[in-house]
Each structure stands twice: as structure tokens, then as C-alpha cells.
Design a protein around this ligand. Structure first.
Ligand SMILES: [Zn+2]
Length: 170
């Protein structure tokens, strides 16, 4: 399956898309060691502790980037998600010029009801933005597309950090 925007891509972009679509997993060496961070992150988010949430996200992202051998990333945690007619922004991945690390921005509260973002969706967003980083730095793709493979890679990381979730859903 390809997403509808595929038809609008140039032949070179289609090749990037197909490469992205074919990678379904991100094997994470020693992912178990990162699992204790997950309940701490859930608690920090629930308690609306922005500093603690940021610290744990940084530790998690550092653990992931070092295990996957990609350049480090910075993480920014902000309060309320930006929104407009297109919906609301969940997370953002920004590449930076020069030597500065790329940045992931996450928001703790939804725009609509200003509620704390559900933990599962917060963690998924973090991993989603990290997957953009992996497209550029692990797979050396010139662009990072939302392909089916991309979403599978996001899920693959999620299930390695939160084991058992998959079984529960079946
Ligand atoms: Zn994205």
C-alpha cells in the first residue's frame, strides 16, 4: 500500500519513498535497559512535571540514539500544542544547520481541551520524531516520508520499549 501523495512525487522521490517503505523494523540493541524509564516518564507526564518529563525524554532519546549509532538529538518540552484549522501539532523534528544537534519538540497538553496528552500518544510522538532522525542518519535517506514502513518502524521501537502492549491489543 502507498499513501495518496505518492503519485505527486518525482521519480527520485519515489525511490526514496520505496526504500523507506521497505524497512519495517528498527532492532534496538539492549532495549531492555531503557524500559525502566517508561513508567517514570508516564508518572512525570501525569504529574505535569515539565522539567522531569524533559529530563526523562532526554535520557530516553540519548539511550536510543547511542544504541542506534546516530548523532544525538535535543529535546524541548513545551506546554500547549499549537493548533490551527489543519489540526494540532503533536511533535516536531527540526534539522539544524552546522554542528548543532537536531531538535525534537513535544507538547504536554492538547490544544483543544488543554488536557495532559495521553502517555501512549506522547511516547509514540517522541518515537515518531526520532524515526525522522533515523531516516536521515541511520538510513541516509535524503527525505523522510510518512510511509507504511515508517509507521512500522515507529511501532517497532514502541513495542521494544513497552513489551506486552502488542499482546494485550490482540
Ligand atoms: Zn512525521
Amino acid at each position: 500500500m502507498v499513501f495518496s501523495y505518492f503519485t505527486k512525487l518525482s521519480p527520485a522521490q519515489k525511490r526514496v519513498y520505496r526504500t523507506s517503505d521497505e524497512i519495517n523494523e528498527v532492532p534496538l540493541p539492549d532495549g531492555e535497559a531503557l524500559r525502566p524509564l517508561i513508567p517514570s516518564l508516564a508518572t512525570a507526564l501525569e504529574q505535569e512535571d515539565r522539567d522531569r518529563t524533559g529530563e526523562i525524554c532526554k535520557a530516553l532519546v540519548m539511550g536510543l540514539t547511542s544504541r542506534l549509532n546516530v548523532p544525538p538529538l535535543r529535546v524541548r518540552i513545551l506546554a500547549v500544542r499549537p493548533s490551527a484549522d489543519w489540526g494540532e501539532l503533536h511533535g516536531l523534528y527540526e534539522q539544524t544547520g552546522g554542528r548543532a544537534s537536531a531538535v525534537i519538540t513535544l507538547w504536554m497538553r492538547t490544544a483543544k481541551h488543554r488536557r495532559i496528552v495521553a502517555f501512549r500518544s506522547f511516547l509514540r510522538t517522541l518515537l515518531h520524531e526520532l524515526c525522522h532522525h533515523l531516516d536521515y542518519h541511520l538510513y541516509n535517506l535524503p527525505d523522510s516520508y510518512h510511509t507504511e514502513g515508517f509507521y512500522k518502524r515507529e511501532s517497532s521501537l514502541f513495542h521494544q520499549l513497552v513489551p506486552g502492549e502488542e499482546k494485550m491489543r490482540k
